[in-house]
Design a binder for this molecule. Sequence first.
Ligand code: AMP
Ligand code: MG
Length: 482
Amino acid sequence: MTLNFNFNNTYTSLPEYMTTKLSPTPVKNPEMIILNYDLAENLGLNFKNVDLKELSNIFSGSKLPPNTETFSQAYAGHQFGHFVILGDGRAHMLGEQIKPDGSRVDIQFKGSGKTPYSRSGDGRAALGPMLREYIISEAMHYLKIPTTRSLSVVKTGESILRESKLQGAVLTRVASSHLRVGTFQFVASNQDIKTLSELVNYTVERHFPEIKNNKNLALELFKKVLNLQIDLVTNWMRVGFVHGVMNTDNMAISGETIDYGPCAFMDNYDPQTVFSSIDHYGRYAYINQPVIAHWNLVRFAETLIPLIDSDQSIAIKKVETEVLKFDELYKDSWFKMMKSKVGIIGEDENDLKLINDLLSLMHRNQADYTNTFRNIMNGKLPKESLFNDPDFIFWEETWKNRLKKNNQPDEKSYDLMKSSNPVLIPRNHLVEEVLSEAENNQLDKLNKILNKLKNPYNEVDEEVYLKPAPPSDKIYKTFCGT
Ligand code: AMP
Ligand code: MG
C-alpha cells in the first residue's frame, strides 16, 4: 500500500495522562462517500492505484496503515460557561503527517468509536453532520478563513441511535493541531505546572517557533493566541458565520475554526442570530462571538498565570494588561474589515457612523447579509424593500460621496470589496438539500456545491446559489449534530 503517509508523532511525547493509546472500532461495511483529492495532494498522500474499498477501510478506521499508533486526547473545557473534564469522546488521531512542504498537521478520525473519554455517548457520528462539517469547513478554507479541513467521509454501514435511527459515518479531519484552550485547562486543573510548562514549550515549538527565545514564553504565547482569535472572529463576522458552540474546548490555539457542530451562515442580517437548538439564551449568537472569544481568552490566560511570574499578583497584572487590549484590538480589526466591505479607504470621521447606519438599515429591512454587500459592491441595487427605503437612498448617496474621498482609483476600492465580500456561501437550505439527497445515496448535488464553493468570491451564474432561503425556512435550527 503506497498511500505515502509520513507520520511523525510528537504529541504522545507529552506526559502520559494527556493521551490514551487505542484503536478505532472497526465498522461493518465501510463505503466511501466523499474523498478530498485536492487536500490529499496537498498532504503528500497518494490515492492513485488504491481502490476505493481499501480507502474506505482505512478512512473508517477499520484497517490502519502499517506503523500507525492511534490515540485520543484528554482535554477539559467550559461548556456554556460550566467547567467539565472532557476528551476525544469519539475521535482517534491517526497521526501527525509531515507534508511535502515540511509542515505538520494532525489527521484525525471523528466518529470512530468509543474512548475512555466518551462518558455516555456511543463514540459514533451521523452521516448528515459529518457531511455538514465537510462542506462548511471546505467552504471556510476557500473563503480564506483559517480552519480545519476535511479529507473524507465514509459511511459505516451501521445505524446509530439519536432521536431516530441514522446512518453512521466517520469524518477524517485535518488540523494544524488539536491543541485547544481546553487542553491547557485540563493540565491546569491537575495543578501540574511542570506539564503546563512542557505544553507551552510544545505549543510554541509547533505553532510559534518565532517566539521560542522569548524570556516570558507563556505571556508571548498568550499574545499570539489573542491576535489569532481576533483575526478569526473578525473573519467570521465578515462572512456572517455563526460558530454556534464556542466552548473553550472548541477554541483552537492555532487560530483555526474547529468543531463544526451547530454552525451556520446567516441569511438576513440580525445581530442576535442563533441557529443552535440548545443555545436557549443566545450565548453564542452572531454578535456575541467577540465577547465570547474574549471570555475564552481570559480562561486561557488563567491557565498560564503560574508560568508568567512566580509572584502571582505580578503574573495577573502582566496578563491582564494583555487581556485588556482585546477590546481595542478587536474594534480596530472589525472596523478595518467593515470598511473594506464597503470599499472605503483612508479615514474620515463619519466612517463608523456610515457602517453602523448600514447595519441598522439592513437589520430593519431584514436584508440578506451576503447579497446586500454583493449588490453594494456591484452597484446594482435591486428594487427590494431595503433599497427603496428613503434612509437607504440617503445612505447610498452619503456612501458614494465618501468613496470620492478615497483618493484612489475606483478599481482599488472595488478590489477591496471583492476580496471581502463573498458572493457564495453554503446557504443553510442548500446544504440541507444536499444532505438529504446524500442520505439517499444521491451525491451529485454534494459534489456540485463543493465545486462551486471553491470560488466564493467570483460571480455565479446560477441564481439558485445566490437566493436566500424561502421564508418558510427562515427559522432555521441546527442540532448539535452528534
Ligand atoms: P462538542 O460539543 O461536539 O465539542 O463535544 C463535546 C464533547 O462530547 C467532546 O469531548 C466529544 O468528544 C464528546 N462527544 C460528542 N459526541 C459524542 C458521542 N457521540 N460519543 C461520545 N462522545 C461524544
Ligand atoms: Mg468539541
